[in-house]
Design a binder for this molecule. Structure first.
Ligand SMILES: Nc1ncnc2c1ncn2[C@@H]1O[C@H](COP(=O)(O)OP(=O)(O)OP(=O)(O)O)[C@@H](O)[C@H]1O
Ligand SMILES: [Mg+2]
Length: 364
């Protein structure tokens, strides 16, 4: 059981100027929590994890586990187990030997090792494979052995760095559900790194979004989705991505071709002359021909069965801007057709400052 807290922790790589791979990270992970770190490539996710594991220096600030400052504690004394993307099992050892190796090094008794390996194998559905070598296992089974190696150590914190990226799409979906339910049963504080926002949203109790080494927002998946703190988070979380367009403010709102988007006085006052409007594809719909809306020329239709995503261009002031609209999958429009786009509900419109990108007070 452990609470982890990064206290203004930074990692600087040498260079001129030095690279702030992780920049003053302030983040507390509660005891038993499953926290997902997500962000684009190079945003500092692995570095943040490696700082906690003791594989990377903390150049500024500190990291605590419970009330203990572990900033300078050697990696082996931190009681942390890490599962990497390339989980490199020992090829000459059986599954059971792979899982027990770290415990043997620690000098645990034979009986205790056998017991823990048996329990972990049951939990991971590996009992039938304990005597096999890794080369005789599927990718998903190997991944579970890597998890098993971490579990038998009964650490107070699990760290996982993109542990599913070597698996195919179907196995990823299955395994991500298994990892989430396993974490739920063990209730071990877990930090899980991914660049896949669907993985982040489905697995995490909370999700921390990083960009350029800086924490943007840490919140429940729902809050991230419904109240992104800035335009970056708004565009990063959600698939297909939110439509984000910089528009000129008119009288009491914004205009997209024939579509007027009402905005509150507070929003308009905070915006200045322009703002970045954010509307998710599912907050837009194709309107009937008599209705008000923006005229969109259809350029691409992605049919997914129940839904279709309609991509096209709308005139916004002097420019054409690309939009994605969710539509009924049974009656999608045709390429080249002009459709009318309306907003399903004005309170699903997001507004951000056009320069700082920060969320403006509620729209609508
Ligand atoms: N040993 C190093 N020396 C110098 N710079 C480094 C080193 N390791 C990482 N970096 C830089 O630090 C930044 C963060 O890297 P990090 O590996 O933490 O990113 P990441 O979010 O895990 O990315 P990915 O999704 O690609 O794994 C990047 O700009 C990277 O180039
Ligand atoms: Mg990484």
């Amino acid at each position: 059981m452990a609470e982890v807290s990064y206290r203004n922790a930074s990692r600087l790589y040498p260079g001129s100027p030095p690279v702030r791979a992780v920049d003053r990270l302030d983040l507390t992970v509660a005891d038993g929590e499953f926290l997902v770190l997500v962000g684009p490539s190079g945003s500092g996710k692995s570095t943040a994890l490696r700082m906690l594991a003791g594989l990377e220096d903390v150049d500024e600030g500190a990291i605590h586990i419970d009330e203990r400052d572990i900033t300078d504690t050697p990696a082996k004394d931190r009681d942390i187990a890490m599962v990497f993307q390339s989980y490199a099992l020992y090829p000459h050892m059986t599954v059971a030997e792979n899982m027990s190796f770290a415990l043997k090094l620690k000098g645990e008794s034979k009986a205790s090792i056998a017991d823990r390996v048996r329990q972990a194998a049951e939990l991971l559905d590996l009992t039938a494979y304990l005597d096999r070598k890794p080369k005789a296992l599927s990718g998903g089974q190997r991944q579970r052995v890597a998890m098993g190696r971490a579990i038998v150590r009964e650490p107070s914190v699990f760290l996982m760095d993109e542990p599913l990226s070597n698996l195919d799409a179907k196995l990823r979906v299955e395994t991500r559900a298994n990892i989430a339910s396993l974490q739920d049963r063990l209730s071990t504080t877990t930090i899980y790194v991914t660049h896949d926002q669907i993985e982040a949203m489905t697995m995490g109790h909370r999700v921390a979004v990083l960009k350029d080494g800086t924490l943007q927002q840490c919140d429940t998946p729902r809050n991230l989705y419904e109240r992104p703190t800035n335009a970056f988070v708004a565009g990063f979380i959600g698939s297909p991505a939110m439509n984000l367009k910089t528009v000129t403010v008119v009288d009491d709102g914004a205009r997209l071709d024939g579509l007027s988007v009402p905005l509150s006085r507070d929003t308009l006052a905070a915006a200045g002359g322009t703002l970045t409007l954010g509307v998710r594809p599912e907050s837009l719909r194709l309107a009937g021909s008599g209705e008000d809306g923006a005229a969109m020329t259809v350029e691409l239709v992605e049919e997914l069965g129940a839904d279709a995503y309609v991509h096209g261009t709308v005139r916004v002031g002097e420019h054409s801007e690309r939009f994605v609209v969710r539509a009924d999958g049974r009656t999608p429009p045709k390429l080249g057709e002009t459709v009318t786009v309306a907003i399903t509900s004005p309170d699903e419109v997001h507004a951000f400052h056009s320069e700082t990108g920060l969320r403006l007070p509620a729209a609508g």
